[in-house]
Design a protein around this ligand. Structure first.
Ligand SMILES: NC(=O)c1ccc[n+]([C@@H]2O[C@H](COP(=O)([O-])OP(=O)(O)OC[C@H]3O[C@@H](n4cnc5c(N)ncnc54)[C@H](OP(=O)(O)O)[C@@H]3O)[C@@H](O)[C@H]2O)c1
Length: 373
C-alpha cells in the first residue's frame, strides 16, 4: 500500500480535457485520519460535470499507453469554467471500502478493519486518506458495494424531507422521479406518510414507482399531464418541489399547478395570486437548456438552487450523526442502490463506456472498483 492509482481531470485554457490515471504515494494518516482501500465508488450525475465539464465527448479518445482520455472543449465554453482551468483535480465524490491504516487517535484506531462510506471528492482512487469526519461507519456485514452510495443520494433524499419540515411545507413534488435518488425518496415518504407527487417522463418509470407503492405519479409525456399534475398537487397540498432537470418549462408548470390549487377558492379580484408561498428548488442539471418561466403564478413564489453540502452545513453535528446512523441501518433497504456493472479505473476512461454512463438513464448506474484486477 505504498502507492495508489488515482484518476485526475484537467481542462486547459487551450481547450483540452484530459483525464489521467496517475500513481501517487499513499500518505501516512495524521492522528485523526484513516486510509481507506476504496472497493466501490459510484459514478453519479454529480461526478460527471467535475470529470468532463463541457467537453465534446463525441470526439473523445483514449490512449492506453499514457492511460489518458482526451477530448476538445469549445473555446466559447472556457469562460464558464474559468475557476478550474489548468488545474489538475481529483474526482469521485463518494465511495466505500475498508480502513487499512489509522492515525494514533483512539477514534481513528477504532475504525481499523471496518467498512466505511467516504465523502472525499477523490474516491476514484485505490486508497483515500481522509479525516474520520468524512467517514460513515457501516454495520458488520455491510459490503463495500452496498455502502458505495452512502452520502450523495441518501442524504439528499433525507435532506429534501428535512427541508420540507424546516420550511413549513407538508408535501413534496419531485421530478426525474424514477432516479436512484427518487426511489429512495419514495421509500422515505411512504414510511413517514409524507405525500409525494412524482413526475416521470416514461411509462416504465411510472411502473417502477407504482411497484414501490407510490400514490401520485404524473407522466410528463402524457396528454393529460398538466391536468394530472394539478389534481395531484391539489390533493396533496404540495407547495414545495425539488427539480433535478432545470431546463424547459417543467418548473413553471409545477408553480402554475400550485397556484391554481392555492387560489381555486379565491373570490373577487385576485391580482397577486394566492398568499401561500410556492417554492421550487432546482437541485440538478439533467437538462442544461434555459429554464423557461411563464410567471403565471401570482407574486408569492420562489425558485432557488439546493445543494447537499450547503444544506448539511445548517444542521448540528448530532443531527448529521443521526442521519448517518439511519443510512447505515437502512443501507440495504431504504437506501439500497442498484448498479449495472462494476468497472475498473481504466474503464472509466473508455469512450464506449463513458457514452453509456454519461447517458444517466433510469436504472443504469456504474460502479467503479479501483482495486479490481
Ligand atoms: N444538489 C444536490 O446536492 C444533489 C445531490 C444528489 C443528487 N443530485 C442530482 O439528483 C439527480 C438524480 O441523481 P441520481 O444519481 O439519482 O440519477 P440516476 O439514478 O442516474 O437517474 C437519472 C434519472 O434522470 C432521468 N433523466 C435524465 N435526463 C433527463 C432529462 N433531460 N429530463 C428528464 N429526466 C431525465 C433519467 O431518466 P431517462 O431514463 O428517461 O433518461 C433517470 O431516471 C441528478 O440530477 C443529480 O445531479 C443533486
Amino acid at each position: 500500500m505504498k502507492t495508489s492509482k488515482q484518476l485526475f481531470t484537467e481542462i486547459t485554457s487551450k481547450g483540452k480535457l484530459e483525464i489521467t490515471l496517475k500513481e501517487l504515494d499513499v500518505p501516512t494518516p495524521k492522528p485523526h485520519e484513516v486510509v481507506v482501500r476504496i472497493e466501490a465508488t459510484p459514478i453519479n450525475p454529480s461526478d460527471m460535470w467535475p470529470m468532463f465539464g463541457p467537453a465534446n465527448l463525441a470526439e473523445a479518445s483514449y490512449d492506453a499507453n499514457s492511460k489518458t482520455l482526451s477530448a476538445p472543449v469549445h473555446e466559447s465554453m472556457l469562460m464558464r469554467i474559468k475557476s478550474r482551468l489548468d488545474q489538475v483535480l481529483p474526482i469521485g465524490n463518494e465511495g466505500a471500502g475498508t480502513v487499512v491504516a489509522a492515525g494514533e487517535s483512539p477514534a481513528a484506531q477504532s475504525l481499523l478493519g471496518k467498512t466505511v462510506g467516504v465523502l472525499s471528492g477523490a474516491t476514484y482512487s485505490e486508497y483515500c486518506c481522509v479525516p474520520i469526519q468524512a467517514c460513515l461507519l457501516h454495520n458488520e456485514g455491510t459490503t463495500a458495494a452496498q455502502a458505495a452510495s452512502s452520502f450523495v443520494n441518501p442524504l439528499t433524499a433525507l435532506g429534501m424531507v428535512e427541508t420540507m419540515r424546516m420550511e413549513g411545507h407538508t408535501a413534496l413534488v419531485h421530478t426525474a422521479a424514477a432516479s436512484s435518488l427518487g426511489i429512495m425518496l419514495n421509500k422515505i415518504c411512504i414510511a413517514e406518510g409524507v405525500p409525494l407527487v412524482n413526475i416521470v417522463r416514461k411509462q416504465e418509470q411510472a411502473d417502477i414507482l407504482e411497484k414501490l407503492g407510490a400514490k401520485y405519479i404524473c407522466n410528463s409525456s402524457s396528454d393529460s399531464f398538466k391536468a394530472d399534475l394539478y389534481k395531484a398537487i391539489d390533493e396533496t397540498g404540495a407547495t414545495l418541489a425539488f427539480d433535478a432537470i432545470g431546463g424547459g418549462t417543467l418548473v413553471s408548470d409545477i408553480l402554475t399547478a400550485m397556484e391554481m390549487s392555492g387560489s381555486k377558492d379565491a373570490t373577487g379580484f385576485n391580482t397577486y395570486g394566492s398568499a401561500t408561498n410556492k417554492q421550487v428548488y432546482i437541485y440538478g442539471g439533467l437538462d442544461f437548456s434555459p429554464s423557461i418561466l411563464n410567471r403565471a403564478y401570482g407574486m408569492t413564489w420562489g425558485i432557488g438552487g439546493w445543494l447537499l453540502m450547503r444544506f448539511l452545513a445548517k444542521l448540528t453535528p448530532e443531527k448529521i450523526g443521526a442521519l448517518h446512523k439511519r443510512v447505515a441501518n437502512e443501507i440495504s433497504t431504504t437506501f439500497a442502490s442498484e448498479f449495472t456493472e462494476e468497472i475498473t479505473l481504466e474503464q472509466v476512461m473508455d469512450p464506449a463506456i463513458i457514452a453509456k454512463y454519461n447517458a444517466k438513464k433510469t436504472g443504469e448506474k456504474y460502479l467503479v472498483n479501483p482495486n479490481k484486477g
